[in-house]
Write a protein that binds this ligand. Structure first.
Ligand code: AP5
Ligand code: MG
Length: 214
């Protein structure tokens, strides 16, 4: 099962993608997490990506596409995967389709998690992420058991650099401009599924599994 998560920054793509990956035993591939790991490890890719990410801009397509095409070709992705944060532009979607077509494969579902802009800023300012394992929390909605500490691995929780309100506004503009057109792209392919992302995360997940099946 090959799944793409679509949605504005903070819509809950990562939260749902992790649950999907666990339930269906497929890898969760988040380009944002890959970039953040590279930034943390001080790689060349990380240095380049950080320049764009800190401004709320997209990393150029050429730095993303090969990385993802390579990742989905790894053995653990043979039975499918859930892509979170990719594709984010029409050229990225076309590049993915082309790479899959060459393998005789295709994307099965593009799930759009819908959350209006008004809800997003509040969500982002409350989000805390684990520097080590990538688990995410929300100060109000999904608080960790001990303040500032990850329940899963015991490491420190941080506010992402790009979750400051002014950067979130920029990310929303970039989303509407460059990523939202993918909704039409996947609608035209007949694989777009919409879910309401404003309800409780367990209900969002139930609605997604109703689409994907048991
Ligand atoms: P990325 O890491 O993908 O960030 P994003 O798309 O902006 O999305 P987020 O991770 O912020 O939100 P999310 O939808 O995963 O929400 P989450 O589940 O955490 O990308 C970061 C940057 O990397 C980009 O800006 C770009 O620069 C670069 N990049 C990445 N991929 C790229 C690509 N393909 N091309 C070019 N550049 C790329 O939830 C948010 C919060 O809400 C959390 O606190 C969560 O606990 C809470 N929450 C979740 N669901 C609910 C719910 N139902 N109710 C209440 N709270 C909830
Ligand atoms: Mg995410």
């Amino acid at each position: 099962m090959k799944i793409i998560m679509l949605g504005a920054p903070g819509a809950g793509k990562g939260t749902q993608a992790k649950k999907i990956a666990e339930k269906y035993s497929i890898p969760h591939i988040s380009t944002g997490d890959i970039f953040r790991a590279n930034i943390k490890n001080g790689t060349e890719l990380g240095k380049k990506a950080k320049e764009y990410m800190d401004q709320g801009l997209l990393v150029p397509d050429e730095l993303v596409v090969d990385l993802v095409v390579d990742r989905v070709g790894q053995p653990d992705a043979a039975n499918g995967y859930v892509l979170d944060g990719f594709p984010r532009t029409i050229p990225q979607a076309e590049a993915l389709d082309k790479a899959l077509e060459a393998l005789g494969e295709k994307v099965d579902y593009a799930i759009n998690v819908e959350v209006p802009d008004e809800n997003i800023i509040n969500r982002m300012s409350g989000r805390r992420a684990c520097v080590a394992c990538g688990a995410t929390y929300h100060l109000v909605h999904i608080p960790p058991k001990t303040e500032g500490i990850c329940d899963k691995c015991g490491k420190e929780l941080i506010l992402r650099d790009d979750d400051k309100p002014e950067t979130v506004k920029k990310r929303l503009d970039v989303y509407h401009d460059q990523t939202q057109p993918l909704i039409d792209y996947y609608t035209n392919k007949g694989i777009l599924k919409e879910v309401d992302g404003t309800v409780d995360m367990e209900i969002v997940f139930k609605n997604i599994t109703d689409i994907l099946g048991e």
